[in-house]
Design a protein around this ligand. Structure first.
Ligand SMILES: [Zn+2]
Length: 134
């Protein structure tokens, strides 16, 4: 094996390019790339992010076919996260969680909504029914 020496600028350029690739992959990981996200029943906020079994890209040496993303602590178990402090798994999971929250929002109770009409007693209920139906 031949070792190649690179200078500081080359290193920074390579790191920048790697980060750009990471961010771009994060955007398409769940769509074009076919990765999946599964929650753990016993680990709230932690998701297993797995590459598809038929992924044509070779798995880099030392890499796992799946990684754990912790959205509460904004961490991932992969090597890219260790290097960049972010990774495609974390970016993709953050996007998926944000989208799920956006879609669920209309279904969730909020403090802005007026309280449902309640009755303190049977007598109050009877009075309200009498008022409604004369
Ligand atoms: Zn990762």
């Amino acid at each position: 094996m031949t070792m190649t020496t690179i200078n500081r600028t080359q290193y920074l350029n390579a790191a920048q390019k790697s980060l750009e690739t990471t961010i771009a992959r994060g955007e398409t990981l769940l769509t074009a790339d076919g990765y999946t996200i599964e929650p753990y029943a016993d680990r709230p906020g932690v998701y297993m992010v797995a590459r598809p079994e038929n992924d044509p890209r070779p798995l880099p040496k030392g890499s796992s076919a799946w990684n754990d993303v912790d959205v509460l602590n904004q961490e991932c178990t992969c090597a890219a996260f260790e290097f960049h402090g972010t990774c495609k798994h974390l970016i993709a999971t953050n996007k998926a969680v944000a989208e799920a929250a956006r879609l669920m929002a209309p279904l969730l109770p909020t403090q802005d909504k007026p309280a449902k009409r309640g009755f303190a007693s049977k007598e109050d209920f009877a009075r309200a029914v009498a008022a409604d139906f004369g």
